[in-house]
Design a binder for this molecule. Structure first.
Ligand SMILES: Nc1ncnc2c1ncn2[C@@H]1O[C@H](COP(=O)(O)OP(=O)(O)OP(=O)(O)O)[C@@H](O)[C@H]1O
Ligand SMILES: O=C(O)C1=C[C@@H](O)[C@@H](O)[C@H](O)C1
Ligand SMILES: [Mg+2]
Length: 179
């Protein structure tokens, strides 16, 4: 495919890998829309992600995530889409992403150790890890969880080694894949 035809980029990866930060940089550098599934769900529910998990439960969240992704992909313009950490791992989300014309799925891959270091100061905002009270417990959780999820993330069109790179560098590396 001609590089210039690809105008839809979706970033996936584990919590804290930089999806939101890097997607926004790519969108602003290339004049594309920035879209984030988590933000869409928060807006629809008028609740934060943590509040949705607590008040309505994870199954409800996953159902809304699937419906919102379907709606987004059916109507997607030139955009950079920042997915939720679990999005490709549930329902038919990965299949929908792979079947969307002109969309390329990019995995921001970080080691479990680097993810743990980054997430340790930010656990309170993330409902799946907010109960983990020590860095050792967080590390153990991330290792197991990442192992389960890599199966899905690794089916992305592009796998980017995001260890020890700034968000600026990563945004340029991804832009260079397509433009
Ligand atoms: N390349 C980078 N190097 C160092 N820190 C980064 C990098 N990219 C993002 N960060 C920082 O890591 C944290 C997580 O980044 P961000 O929120 O973009 O990740 P995310 O993948 O969107 O997470 P979530 O799955 O929770 O939505 C933030 O504090 C952000 O400033
Ligand atoms: O990794 C996950 O399963 C999640 C990541 C976040 O982006 C949110 O979508 C939510 O906290 C669940
Ligand atoms: Mg994010």
């Amino acid at each position: 495919m001609d590089k210039l035809e690809i105008m839809k980029i979706a970033l996936c990866g584990y919590m804290g890998c930089g999806k939101s930060t890097v997607s926004q940089l790519i969108a602003s550098k290339k004049g594309l829309n920035f879209v984030e599934t988590d933000l869409k769900i928060e807006k629809q529910e008028n609740l934060s992600i943590s509040e949705i998990f607590t008040q309505k439960g994870e199954i409800y969240f996953r159902k809304q995530e699937n419906l919102i992704l379907k709606n987004l992909l059916d109507n997607l313009d030139e955009s950079v889409l920042s997915l939720g950490g679990g999005t490709p791992c549930y329902a038919n989300n990965l299949q929908m992403l792979k079947e969307t014309q002109d969309l390329k799925l990019v995995y921001l891959k970080l080691t479990a150790a680097n993810l743990t270091n980054r997430l340790w100061s930010e656990t309170h905002q993330r409902p799946l890890i907010s109960h983990l009270s020590s860095k050792e417990l967080l590390d153990e959780y991330v290792r197991k969880h990442l192992f389960e999820r890599q199966y899905y993330y690794l089916q992305s069109d592009y796998i980017i080694d995001a260890n020890d790179k700034s968000a600026e560098e990563l945004s340029d590396e991804i832009i260079n894949l397509f433009y």
